[in-house]
Design a protein around this ligand. Structure first.
Ligand code: NAD
Length: 357
């Protein structure tokens, strides 16, 4: 295990993406979001992705230095093509377009298609909340992303289709729900594989359709599959992530007829709403505060258990990890190997690691 200061990690990641072909602003956006995911406690969506992203840049799976392209719009709706560009850039641009519309009309619907990996979807609910807007985000993955079995089925048909929602609280912490609709996000299985630990029960089946705790069974042939959370209910939400994100954006749902090879693309339907259309943001805060206090007042189910609200674990992780992000040895050596292959000097990496930032 190694612990790296967030700023040093971000600069190492930025150096890698810049060497791989991203303009400095793009390298900055990707590395900031990846380290932000580590800081939020979601190592699955953090710097562990560097080797994969770089490989996709090499093969053309991700198009570098692209921007969100609006292909249709009216006062409330924008349909945006991500042009296979980095989700860290495309997602931010799509949200800025939606927030600008919501400022005028109180509500905006953004249907984004063909973005490369959008990372933590909570980033986009947080961006809306920071601007003062509530939001709902349905996301699917097309291309090489189908890795989840449908409820009752025994092989990979859909993706981990994440769902996120955010409620801003003026002068307080927003409530942010951000989750995969599979019991585990795929990246969490990858992290377990890298650490050599088991995954929780009910999360994966092996290639023989048998339940297993071994993360390798998801990847080793015959490949296994992730299972939806909450049986038919999580599966039902995943179906709607595919339908809403895939169809309204034109980015398509998961099936073999989708002509996308060698890419992992996200489509996202975002609904952005003024939480106080009557003009009383203080009233929103009062109501959220009362609701949260009521939830947290529940007696503990077990000794030591407590009630949190969605988004709270990520805030706690940010407080804990601000002094250093822990990385397992496999993840760290994979990052160093990628950096070395691209010609990022070992001395530069070491200097950044030693620096006090
Ligand atoms: P998770 O299970 O860790 O958390 C899900 C949600 O539950 C979060 O909002 C969290 O704040 C909340 N939560 C966690 N513990 C809680 C508790 N004890 N009490 C109250 N709330 C609690 O998240 P996940 O499903 O593993 O997803 C991880 C990340 O993967 C997310 O950021 C998601 O967007 C991302 N993801 C992205 C893609 C993609 O294609 N871009 C696909 C799948 C997942």
């Amino acid at each position: 295990m190694i612990t790296v200061k967030p700023a040093a990690l971000q600069r190492i990641a930025a150096a890698v993406f810049h060497k791989a072909g991203s303009a400095p602003t793009e390298a900055e956006a990707i590395s900031t979001r990846l380290v932000g995911a580590n800081l939020s406690g979601h190592d699955s969506h953090g710097v562990v992705r560097i080797p994969r992203y770089v490989e996709l840049m090499r093969t053309g799976g991700i198009a570098v230095n692209q921007h969100a392209k609006t292909v249709f719009e009216n006062d409330t709706i924008a349909v945006i093509d991500g042009q296979f560009g980095f989700g860290q850039v495309i997602g931010a641009e799509a949200m800025a377009i939606g927030i600008a519309k919501a400022k005028k009309t109180g509500v905006a619907v953004v249907a984004l298609r063909h973005s490369s990996h959008l990372g933590r979807i909570g980033d986009w609910a947080e961006a809306c909340a920071e601007a003062g807007y509530a939001s709902i985000h349905f996301v699917n993955v097309v291309g090489a992303g189908a890795i989840v079995a449908p409820f009752g089925g025994g092989d990979r048909r859909i993706s981990t289709n994440p769902f996120s929602a955010g409620m801003p609280v003026t002068g307080g912490d927003p409530i942010i729900l951000d989750m995969a609709t599979s019991k585990l996000a795929e990246g969490k299985v990858l992290v377990a594989k890298n650490k050599g630990v088991e995954v929780v029960e009910g999360a994966i089946i092996d290639g023989e359709r048998q339940p297993t705790l071994d993360p390798n069974k998801l990847y080793d042939p015959p490949v296994g599959a992730l299972l939806p959370f909450g049986e038919h209910k999580g599966y039902g939400l995943a179906v709607f992530c595919d339908l809403l994100a895939g169809i309204l954006s034109g980015g398509q749902t998961n099936h073999p007829g989708v002509p996308i090879k060698g890419r992992v693309l996200n489509n996202m339907l975002s609904i952005i709403l003024d939480p106080a259309p009557g003009g009383d943001p203080a009233g929103v805060k009062r109501e959220v505060d009362s609701f949260v206090a009521w939830l947290k007042g529940s007696p503990p189910l077990r000794e030591g258990s407590e009630v949190m609200v969605p988004g709270e674990p990520e805030r706690r992780a940010r407080r804990e990890r601000i002094s250093g992000v822990p990385l397992d040895d496999t993840t760290w050596s994979n990052i160093l190997a990628t950096a070395a292959e691209l010609g990022v000097a070992k001395s530069d990496v070491d200097a950044l690691l030693r620096s006090n930032h």
